[in-house]
Design a protein around this ligand. Sequence first.
Ligand SMILES: Cc1ncc(COP(=O)(O)O)c(C=O)c1O
Length: 386
Amino acid sequence: MKTAKRLNDFEAYLGTTMNVILTKMREEGKDVINLGLGDPDVQPPENQRRVLADACFDANNHHYPSFYSSMPLKEAIAAWYRRHFDVECDPETEVLPLLGSAEGLFHIHTCLLDTGDTALVPDPCYPAYVAGVKIAGGVIEPVPLLKKNGFVPDLGAIDPKVAQRAQMIWVNYPNNPTAANAPEEFYKNLIEWAHKYKVAVISDNPYSEVCFDGYKAPSFLQLDGAKEVGIEFNSLSKAYNSCGWRAGMMLGNKDIIAGMAKIKSHSDRGMFYPLQVAAAAALNGPTEFMAERNRIYKERRDVVVKGLQDVGLEVEIPKATFYVWASVPNGYKSHDFCFKILDEIAVWMIPGSMYGKYGEGYFRIALTHPAERLAGAMERLKRFMS
Ligand SMILES: Cc1ncc(COP(=O)(O)O)c(C=O)c1O
């Protein structure tokens, strides 16, 4: 069957290809430690799960949901942003629930780009941005994330001619894959820059609640003038340990929210009602579990950082996200190093080059296994490196 040519312009999500390889290795009896998986092993809070179960027994909850999702969930999202970031958004016009933020990350390109329009995309980045631009017929201008700049874009280095023709710029802090944070000063400059060049800022902030060492990740929307130039995505996936729920949100600029709601009125029928009820309960509910969850991730981070340092690898100590971004040993390309490790010690870590050209020289580890298992992976690495 002939499929559209545009399918040749991007790769399938990298997890899908690797899952086939890792499953085959396990079937052959290998004890593979998959440090690629960005899906927490910790459970969603109990109140959230109970509310979901109960909501399934309400006979009214099995109809088509409203196209634009019910007000209680929108109000819960707006109230969560008020409490967590001191950001005010009108639940009616400045908030939109999503079927996971990935759904929004995908449709935002259709919403903002006409064929041939330019999108500024960080490199390295979460791969969905690249695929989304290409599927929408847009053109990518990479914005390098370099170690010397703390893996934050250098706005001054963007050619003004490119900035003038750009429709949108992606930013993602705390960052996947580099685990870097952006200082508030960066957002201030970004908003000024976006006003000057009339570029929509699309901030992707799903790791806002996974922070350590007293660090508190900001929202782009906290800054004056942000809503005039952009929106922010967030999600229950990492904040509430609920990746499989597909419960996300976007907030900010009214015109972009209205455009996305229009697209969603055709692409889906809104979030399953019991999920809406449970997502609202989670957002309105206790957040104490987050401190304990973050303590667990911090303990794991320390195990991995020490393990990498012990074998002489250069590593940034992350203050947020559940990723560790480290340099490959001298003389290796990312891809060759990670696949050699997989082959020889059955540990899978993602090559930085899979996130873009500027990811070359690095690899990413996800802290989504118990500390003992991560320590086991570090032991294997030590044997490999000695
Ligand atoms: C940077 C980034 N954005 C978005 C997502 C997607 O999150 P969701 O589960 O809400 O679709 C992820 C998931 O790993 C991510 O790392």
